[in-house]
Design a protein around this ligand. Structure first.
Ligand code: NAG
Ligand code: NAG
Length: 180
C-alpha cells in the first residue's frame, strides 16, 4: 500500500514536471515566433524601396555646372521616395538590403553643349550617358544591379560640363526589384 502511494506520488510529480516542461517549451516557441514576426516586419519595411527625383526644383530652365572635378548630382525635386533610401541633400541612394535593383537616369545637355555623366556604385563607373549634339538634347541609360546592403549609387557629371533642367527633364530613379 505504501509503495503504491509512493508510485502514485512519483507519477503525479512526473506529470506535473512534464506539464511544466511542455509549458516552458511552448513559451520558448511563442517567443521565437514573436521574434520571427518582428524580424519579418522589419525586412518587409526595408524591402519597399523606390525613388524618383528631378535635378532642380525650379520650373525655370537652369544649368547645373560646370564644376572643376567630377561632381555628384543632387537631384533635388523628390517625386517619390518610399523607404527614404535616396538622400536629395547628397544625391546618394544607399541600398537598405542586399538585392537586385534597377536604376535609370536622364540628362539634358546644358550650355556646355556636351554632356558626360555616369552612374557610380561606391566610386566605380557602372553606366554612363554621352551627348554632344548641342544644348537641350537628352540622353538616357538604365541598369539592373545586384547590390549589397549599404552600397551607394549616385550620378556624377564630368568636369567642365553642364546639365540642364526645369524640374522635369533631367531625372534619376531607382527601385528594388527583389531582395536576394
Ligand atoms: C520646391 O518648390 C515648391 C514650389 O515652389 C516648394 O513648395 C518646395 O518647398 C520646394 N522643395 C524643395 C525641396 O526645395
Ligand atoms: C577643364 O577646364 C580646365 C580649365 O579651363 C582645363 O584646364 C581642363 O583641362 C579641362 N578639363 C577637361 C577634361 O577638358
Amino acid at each position: 500500500m505504501r509503495s503504491y502511494l509512493f508510485l502514485g506520488t512519483l507519477l503525479v510529480c512526473g506529470l506535473v514536471g512534464a506539464q511544466e516542461t511542455i509549458e516552458s517549451q511552448l513559451q520558448q516557441v511563442l517567443a521565437r515566433l514573436d521574434k520571427l514576426e518582428r524580424e519579418n516586419e522589419e525586412r518587409v519595411g526595408r524591402t519597399q524601396v523606390a525613388f524618383s527625383a528631378a535635378l532642380v526644383n525650379s520650373t525655370t530652365w537652369t544649368d547645373v555646372g560646370p564644376f572643376n572635378s567630377y561632381k555628384t548630382l543632387e537631384f533635388k525635386r523628390v517625386i517619390t521616395n518610399i523607404g527614404n533610401a535616396y538622400n536629395p541633400d547628397t544625391g546618394i541612394f544607399t541600398a537598405p538590403v542586399k538585392g537586385l535593383y534597377y536604376f535609370r537616369f536622364t540628362g539634358v545637355v546644358g550650355s556646355s553643349g556636351l554632356l558626360n555623366a555616369g552612374l557610380k556604385r561606391n566610386g566605380v563607373n557602372i553606366i554612363a550617358i554621352h551627348h554632344k549634339a548641342g544644348t537641350q538634347a537628352s540622353a538616357t541609360n538604365g541598369v539592373t544591379l545586384e547590390l549589397e546592403q549599404g552600397d551607394r549609387i549616385y550620378v556624377q557629371i564630368w568636369e567642365n560640363l553642364t546639365i540642364a533642367d526645369q524640374s522635369r527633364l533631367s531625372t534619376f530613379s531607382g527601385f528594388l526589384v527583389f531582395p536576394l
